[in-house]
Design a protein around this ligand. Structure first.
Ligand SMILES: CC(C)(COP(=O)(O)OP(=O)(O)OC[C@H]1O[C@@H](n2cnc3c(N)ncnc32)[C@H](O)[C@@H]1OP(=O)(O)O)[C@@H](O)C(=O)NCCC(=O)NCCS
Length: 370
């Protein structure tokens, strides 16, 4: 008989290597269908060693019975959290900190509907506030991206935030592009520059709200790219070298960094997508010139989506300005408000409502996803 989810015997702890493997084996049905099971297990192991995740960046959590010995206790629910750097600003005063992005929330089929995942999440929320925190580092909020709608995680305090995107179809654009591709060696410098831009935008934010941002740094991008390379290597036997595109002269450039995500076999119904991780517009003054640059970048993205058999290109939570530019490109596109999948959700550990009424999530783009 399975224990009551309210039992004092249940507690949140960390799995042994064997328990981690057992969990991955079970959840391969949910998140491993682009790969064979052995390849999925290898990927999950590999992803613990990449920038951001290594050196304690990723933490695995399980809900188990404390009276039973490790490796002999049923794993009632599991998840992981990934540490990422953040900025918070209020009235132009910026503090740096960390957030924990929760992913892979899972309960094996035989234990579902008994309240175990709920119990785990209820305990995890407050624990993450103090996890890997010291007198110099605070964790002002934790996040997750819900694939099961807007209600479930809200019950525990992770409030849904805007979760929209613009989708573009793949296209075989053969004409010369008005932009040039970005590869690994280009990214570090651009990410460093982007960090200064996002800091500046938080410093100059003028309203009463608290402004927050995950820092789109090089490690964050690499986490996505290492995952992409691993999966692409297994599926195609080759690695995708084009990681984004850039157009214009320094000071007025537009660039996008992207990743290819494979959620299942190479079929439209898998939802495999070229995700723009981050879009940067250095100077917003000239709408028409920016639209032309963006068009060149998106055309490369569309061509890459076609080449790698991805269903579409997605640009998450575009600002009103970016929406105007997209219209200006004349490219076919659709605006999507997500209701079920990848709902950006945030638990605020400070004062105030913790909702988007009080908090402005700047750069709420795909790079923050985990
Ligand atoms: C989602 C999941 C972790 C829930 O685990 P669980 O232990 O059954 O959850 P609990 O018993 O604590 O909670 C059950 C509640 O979750 C809701 N729920 C479960 N799956 C859901 C889904 N796919 N969509 C919406 N709600 C869902 C149930 O409706 C139920 O709601 P109620 O309490 O109002 O009746 C589990 O179903 C699972 O592992 N699913 C596959 C992986 C997955 O989709 N993970 C979530 C990724 S964001």
């Amino acid at each position: 008989m399975s224990p009551d989810s309210r039992s004092d015997f249940l507690y949140l702890t960390h799995p042994t290597p064997e328990e981690k493997l057992a969990t991955w084996n079970l959840n391969s049905v949910n998140w491993g269908t682009a790969l064979s099971v052995p390849d999925y297990l290898e990927r999950e192991q590999f992803l613990t060693t990449v920038p951001l995740a290594r050196d304690g960046g990723v933490t695995h959590w399980i809900l188990v019975d404390r009276t039973l010995p490790p490796n002999e206790r049923p794993i009632l629910a599991s998840c992981e959290s990934l540490r990422k750097p953040v900025l918070v600003s209020h009235n132009g005063v910026i503090t740096e900190g960390i957030t924990h992005g929760i992913g892979s929330v899972f309960s094996q089929p035989k234990f579902r509907g008994k309240g175990y995942a709920s119990r785990m999440l209820r305990e995890l929320g407050p624990v993450l506030k103090d996890w890997q925190v010291d007198k110099n580092v605070c964790c002002p909020f934790s996040i997750l991206y819900s694939d099961i709608g807007k209600k479930y995680y809200a019950k525990f305090g992770w409030v849904p935030f805007p979760s929209t995107h613009i989708a573009f179809p793949p296209a075989s654009n053969s004409k010369p592009f008005n932009a040039k591709p970005l590869a690994y060696p280009d990214l570090e410098e651009l990410c460093a520059l982007d960090e200064t831009y996002i800091k500046r935008s938080l410093e100059t934010a003028k309203d009463e709200k608290v402004h927050i941002a995950l820092i789109p740094n090089h490690d964050v991008m690499q986490w996505h790219h290492k995952r992409e390379d691993f999966v692409s290597g297994k599926i195609f036997g080759k690695l995708p070298n084009i990681k984004g595109a850039i157009a214009g002269e320094p000071g007025s450039r537009v660039w996008a960094i992207w990743t290819r995500a494979f959620y299942g076999p190479l079929k439209p119904e898998s939802g495999n997508t070229l995700h723009i991780l981050r879009l940067v517009i250095e100077d917003e003054a000239d709408v028409e010139a920016n639209a032309t640059k963006l068009k060149g970048i998106l055309e490369i993205a569309q061509a890459e989506a076609k080449e790698w058999q991805l269903g579409h290109v997605e640009l998450w939570n575009p600002t009103e300005f970016v929406k105007r530019l997209v219209k200006g490109t004349g490219l076919e596109h659709s605006e999507v408000e997500r209701e079920e999948e990848s709902i950006a959700s945030l638990m605020w550990y400070g004062e105030g409502s913790g909702t988007s009424d009080d908090i402005e999530w700047v750069g709420n783009e795909k790079y923050g996803w985990c």
